[in-house]
Design a protein. Structure first.
Length: 666
């Protein structure tokens, strides 16, 4: 029954198509193949738009993407402790179930589905992004007939625009594009700037090119301009495969329509554009070239968008007049709407969720079988003419030099600091206020027993203040930049080591200014040692080393935790216990033997110990001997060396964590 209706529908559609020669209803299968796989979409789209061209046609080889029998399932975890006589092992959940299809050059494919349908998983899998380590993935993906898994440098052929606009808030639109061009393109400086000029013009960013992106602290461009900038950053290398994850999220109707017009115009140049989208308006729906509907991980429709309404009407799912087809399709594929329909019937109120789920599954299975038996089914075995295999010469995946990357990253980091002066002002103000509080609290640090006690308290308070000042400054840096870091490293813009050392070098000025400012205010005001000329510079050097070591500890924490609120919450729990091993609260000889090893991981111990020995070894009190009472197991030199070693070691661990983090997203 479905086949007969579908053949009648197909004959009707083919007969009304002005671009095809109608011969007879018997040849509908051949005509359908011509209609569904138009090998010259550029000409067809330009005819529809009256010859309107915005983007220049790409000179690179066009790409046909084919995916075959993709199955993605969860891997259930069996808990041995929960096994019993009635124990049932968890079942694997299917996210994508035997999905296949072909997307030709010049086609703009939009993937629509309810939440949990698998559209983002499919997009990530097609683009080569790591979706999860705990999923079982099978299936093949071919680019121009070549197995993608056997290709080197697939990322050089494709671009992925994430749902969130991940850009530096302090950079202008043009600076974002130039930064990407300098790192992703080969050639001369003028050639790179010319490419930026083309992108600015093509994406209609002329008016806002010198406006900052903006964020919580800076007012910037509009949402649509920010989205087009994100697209422009990925278009710098002129990719032929472009993936976008819900590009209209957070945009108003007009702005979303403008962004989708940009994607449609981009596809008209012969590029292959694939995008997920959630409930588009009717104007956006009319822009779609190809439409894929996903439900429960199954394709229930994959063909031209303008054929979808008549197709579903032929299987008993007629879209109401004067309504948005996308809204109707979303309602049709959503289990929530199925539950709402059932609640209208009083008897249905007694049905369990399992029964509703079974009915919904049967409905989706009917859609799936109807599509599989339809002549509108996308033929993934089709090979468009004039599509040749991808060779190594087609993949330009050369990365710029390491020193060049480092220079650009340092420049960007310094520029980011200069354009957020309020953060620097806060750091200086906090440092000055803390120093004044130290002067008020700790007075008369002379050679008397009371003065020695005040001096020891002041030295420990300085160690704690400088360390936590560094931790507060560093702990929020990497979590905020993590999305940008992962996107740019995944796009092969720079290496992890270049980013790391660029960040470390950019923090050097504040790492020196903050402790030096604090030390200069406090040192002479509370009467610390002036017995030797080298004591004060040595004191400042130790403060700088304490600041850097505290920051290196914080960098480890911020590298592990992606959520900055979680990192801030856990920092006291992970840092404060080390204060107990500094030797101020408890003598190091009284530490329990089973905790003795932890003192060697405490930078508070070596920092306070170095300051203590620096002050007391150069000025001996006549009334007491604090050095002998402190009973330090290390000398001043050994304490400084240990502090420096911890500083280098923590930064090395942070670099290793960043490298491991970047590998998850390759």
């Amino acid at each position: 029954m479905v086949l007969e209706k579908d053949k009648k529908l197909q004959g009707k559609i083919v007969a009304s198509d002005q671009n095809l020669d109608v011969e007879s209803d018997d040849n509908s299968g051949e005509l359908q193949r011509k209609h569904s796989f138009d090998v010259d979409p550029l000409k067809r789209n330009n005819d529809q738009e009256g010859g309107r061209k915005i983007f220049k046609p790409s000179t690179k080889k066009q790409m046909q993407l084919t995916f075959e029998n993709i199955v993605i399932r969860t891997v259930p975890k069996v808990k041995k402790c929960c096994k019993g006589p009635n124990y049932e092992p968890p079942k694997a959940k299917s996210i994508l179930n035997d999905v296949s299809g072909t997307i030709l050059p010049g086609q703009f494919l939009s993937i629509i589905g309810a939440s949990g349908a698998g559209k983002t998983t499919l997009l990530n899998f097609l683009s080569g992004r790591e979706i999860s380590q705990n999923l079982l993935k099978t299936g093949k993906i071919y680019v121009n007939g070549v197995d993608r898994d056997k290709m080197k440098g697939f990322s050089a052929l494709s671009a992925y625009v994430q749902q969130d606009d991940i850009l530096f808030q302090t950079m202008t639109v043009r600076e974002c594009l130039e930064f990407a061009a300098k790192l992703k393109l080969s050639g001369t400086y003028d050639e790179k700037i010319n490419r930026v000029e083309e992108i600015v013009k093509e994406l209609r960013l002329n008016k806002c090119q010198n406006t900052k992106i903006g964020g919580p602290l800076i007012k910037g461009v509009s949402g649509g301009e920010r989205k087009r900038t994100s697209i422009g950053v990925e278009l710098i290398t002129d990719p032929q495969l472009i993936f976008l994850d819900e590009p209209t999220t957070g945009l108003d109707s007009f702005t979303a329509t403008s962004v989708m017009e940009t994607l449609r115009d981009l596809a008209q140049t012969g590029r292959t554009v694939i995008s997920t989208i959630h409930q588009p308006n009717s104007d956006i729906f009319e822009m779609f070239d190809r439409l894929m509907l996903l439900a429960q991980g199954k394709i229930i429709y994959f063909n031209e968008a303008r054929l979808s309404v008549d197709y579903f009407a032929s299987i008993g799912q007629r879209c109401p007049e004067l309504s948005n087809p996308a809204d109707y399709f979303m309602s049709m594929m959503s289990i929530e709407s199925h539950e709402e329909e059932d609640t209208e019937d009083k008897q249905a109120l007694m049905r369990s969720h399992t029964q509703i789920l079974e009915q919904y599954t049967q409905k989706i299975d009917f859609f799936d079988q109807s599509y599989q038996n339809s002549s509108l089914k996308n033929d993934y075995t089709f090979r468009a003419p004039n599509i040749s295999e991808v060779s190594d010469a087609d993949i330009n995946n050369q990365q710029t030099g390491w020193c060049y990357q480092l220079g650009l990253l340092i420049q960007r980091n310094f520029l980011n600091t200069l354009r957020l002066p309020q953060t620097s002002y806060v750091k200086v103000i906090v440092t000055v206020i803390t120093a004044i509080f130290t002067i008020i609290l700790f007075q008369n640090c002379d050679g008397t027993p009371q003065g020695v006690q005040n001096r020891n308290g002041a030295l420990f308070f300085m160690t704690m203040t400088i360390a936590f000042n560094a931790i507060q400054n560093i702990i929020l840096i990497f979590p905020d930049e993590r999305p940008v870091f992962l996107r740019e490293v995944n796009n092969n813009m720079y290496s992890v080591t270049a980013y790391f050392f660029g960040k470390v070098i950019a923090e050097i000025p504040i790492s020196i200014i903050t402790p030096v400012l604090f030390g200069c205010i406090v040192y002479f005001s509370i009467g610390l040692s002036t017995a030797h000329s080298y004591t004060f510079p040595l004191f400042l050097g130790i403060l700088i080393l304490i600041y850097c070591t505290g920051g290196s500890y914080a960098l480890i924490i911020s590298s592990i935790f992606s959520d900055k609120q979680l990192a801030v919450t856990l920092t006291p729990v992970l840092i404060i216990p080390f204060m107990l091993f500094a030797g101020f609260f408890v003598n190091q000889d009284n530490i329990p033997i089973w905790l003795i090893e932890f003192q060697y991981l405490s930078f508070f111990k070596y920092g306070y110990q170095a300051l203590f020995l620096c002050m007391h070894e150069t000025e001996v009190s006549k009334k007491c001997n604090p050095v002998s009472d402190f009973n330090s197991p290390e000398t001043l030199g050994e304490s400084i060396i240990a502090l420096a070693a911890m500083f280098v070691g923590c930064y090395t661990i942070s670099l290793f964590i960043m490298k491991m983090l970047s590998k998850k997203y390759e």
